[in-house]
Design a protein around this ligand. Structure first.
Ligand code: AMP
Length: 284
C-alpha cells in the first residue's frame, strides 16, 4: 500500500481537524526524504505510539548553508512513498516550497544558546532554518507527538528548547541512532560517498565509541580526543570541524557525573558527516 500523499496545507488541515475531533493522538515524523532505516525507526515508533501518523517530506532550503549541498541533496519521493507502504501511515505530507515560503514570508524562529555552538558555528543560519520549519510543521500537522533522531543530537536539543520556550503543545520523542553493521550512522548524505569512502567511514563512529569508553573508564579527556582525531585522520577524513565532549543537554562544558555527549563533524570524500555518542562521565 502506497502512503496517501498530501501536497497542500488546506488538505492537511481538513484531515487533522477531523482526527483531532475524533480525539486521535497525532504523531509527526519530519524528514527531508531519501528515506532509510534511520527514518523508518522514527516511523515505527510513531506507529506504535500514535493513532494517526503523518510523515513530512520537505527539503527545507532555509536550513542549507551551502548551495551545492542543497542542489546535491538526494530527492527520491516515489521510492520514499513505497518504503513507507508497509507502515500503513495515514499521510505523507509533501508541501510545495511556494506555500511554505511565499514571497512575503518574513518570520524566522531563532533559538538562542544551544543553537550557537558546534553546528551553529560551522553552519551559519542552519538552526534558524530548522527551528522555523519545525515550528511550521508542528503547527501544520497538529502533532501531539513528534519524532526526532539522536543522530542529529544538537538538532534534538534545539527542538526541545524551542518547544519548551514557545509552550508548544507537543511531546518531542527522541529515537536512537540507527547504524550499519559496521557502525556507520545511516544518513541520506551517505549516498554521495564512493564505495571506497563507505568502507572507511565506519572509522568515525569506531573512534567515537573507543574515546567514549576510555573517558567512561576515567581516561584523560584531551588524550582520548586527540587519539580519536588521529584515528579519524588516518581513515582518510580530510578535516575535522569539531570533535568535542559536551554536556548532553546544554552542549556547554561537560560536568562530572552528568550525561555528556561526544560530538563530531568531519569531511570524507567531499561529504560532511556528523555523529555523536553518549558518555557517562565518572563522578569528580
Ligand atoms: P533528515 O531527513 O536527515 O532531516 O532526518 C529526519 C529525521 O530522521 C531527523 O529527526 C533525524 O535525526 C532522523 N534520522 C536521520 N538519520 C537517522 C539515523 N541514522 N538514526 C536515527 N534517526 C535518524
Amino acid at each position: 500500500m502506497i502512503a496517501p500523499i498530501l501536497r497542500s496545507l488546506p488538505e492537511l488541515r481538513a484531515l487533522t481537524r477531523q482526527w483531532q475531533a475524533e480525539g486521535a493522538v497525532i504523531g509527526a515524523v519530519p524528514t527531508m526524504g531519501a528515506l532509510h532505516e534511520g527514518h523508518l525507526g522514527l516511523v515505527r515508533a510513531a506507529r506504535d505510539e500514535c493513532d494517526r501518523v503523518i510523515v513530512t517530506l520537505f527539503v527545507n532550503p532555509r536550513q542549507f548553508d551551502r548551495p551545492e549541498d542543497l542542489a546535491n541533496y538526494p530527492r527520491t519521493e516515489a521510492a520514499d512513498a513505497e518504503l513507507l507502504g508497509p507502515f500503513g501511515i495515514d499521510a505523507l505530507f509533501v508541501p510545495d516550497p511556494d506555500e511554505i515560503y511565499p514571497p512575503d514570508h518574513a518570520t524566522t524562529v531563532s533559538v538562542g544558546g544551544v543553537s550557537s555552538l558546534l553546528e551553529g558555528l560551522h553552519r551559519p543560519g542552519h538552526f534558524d532554518g530548522v527551528a522555523t520549519i519545525v515550528t511550521m510543521l508542528l503547527n501544520m500537522t497538529r502533532a501531539d507527538r513528534a519524532y526526532f533522531g539522536e543522530k542529529d543530537w544538537q538538532q534534538l536539543m534545539v527542538v526541545r528548547r524551542l518547544v519548551e520556550d514557545l509552550k508548544l503543545p507537543v511531546t518531542i520523542v527522541p529515537c536512537p541512532s540507527v547504524r550499519t553493521a559496521e557502525g556507520l550512522a545511516l544518513s541520506s548524505r551517505n549516498r554521495r560517498l564512493s564505495a571506497d569512502a563507505l568502507r572507511r567511514a565506519p572509522e568515525l563512529p569506531a573512534a567515537l565509541f573507543a574515546a567514549a569508553a576510555r573517558i567512561e573508564r576515567g581516561g584523560d579527556v584531551p588524550t582520548a580526543l586527540s587519539d580519536a582525531a588521529g584515528r579519524i585522520g588516518a581513515a582518510g577524513f580530510s578535516s575535522i570541524e569539531y570533535l568535542e565532549l559536551r554536556d548532553a543537554t546544554t552542549l556547554q562544558a561537560p560536568r562530572a557525573g552528568q550525561p555528556a555527549r561526544l560530538l563530531v563533524a568531519a569531511w570524507l570524500d567531499g561529504v560532511r558527516l556528523i555523529d555523536n555518542v553518549a558518555v557517562i562521565l565518572p563522578p569528580a
